[in-house]
Design a protein around this ligand. Sequence first.
Ligand code: URA
Length: 180
Amino acid sequence: LTVSGCERCEGLIDSRSRIVDGVGPADAEILLVGEAPGEAEDRQGEPFVGRSGDVLDSALRDAGLARADVRITNCVRCRPPENRDPRQPELANCRGYLEREIAIVDPSVIVTLGKVPSEHLLDRDVAVTQEAGSVVSIDIGDQSRRALLCVHPAATLYDRGQREVFETTIERATEFEGEG
Ligand code: URA
C-alpha cells in the first residue's frame, strides 16, 4: 500500500514534495477516494488534512465515525501544479496503485469524493451534485464493487447547500458497514 520512487508522471515530479499514500486501516469497511493531494496534503504526507479534511472529519464524526475508522486515499498520489485537476494520463499512471489498494482493503463501499474520482471509477460523465447519494456497481480489476457517489468536501466551503448533501452521503456510507 506504499508507493515509493514513482516517476511515471513527468508533470508532477516537480510539483510534489512527496508521494501521498492512503491512510487508515488496511481492512477498513469504508474507503474514501479523493482526487489528488493539495498543498497541505503534500506538506504533511496524508490525504485530506487541509480545509477539505476538516469538513470530512466533521462529517465522519457526525456519522459516528472517527477518521481512524476509515481508509482515505486519492486517485492520484502526487500534488498537481497549482492544484489543477489531475490529467487523464496521470490518472491512468496512478490507476494500478489505486486498484491494488482497493483489492487489499476490500471495502464494503467506496465513497467517491467529487467529480474526478466519480468519473474515473465509473468511467463515464458524472454530474456529482445531481447523483450524490446514489449507489452504483463498478468493475475494478475483475471485481464488482459498490460505490457511493459523493460531492467533494471542498464544494461545501463555497456552497452551504452542499454541506448537507455531503453529510447525508457520509452518513449513508455507514449503512454498508458489515455488508460484503
Ligand atoms: N482534495 C482531494 O481530493 N484530496 C486530498 O487529499 C485533499 C484535497
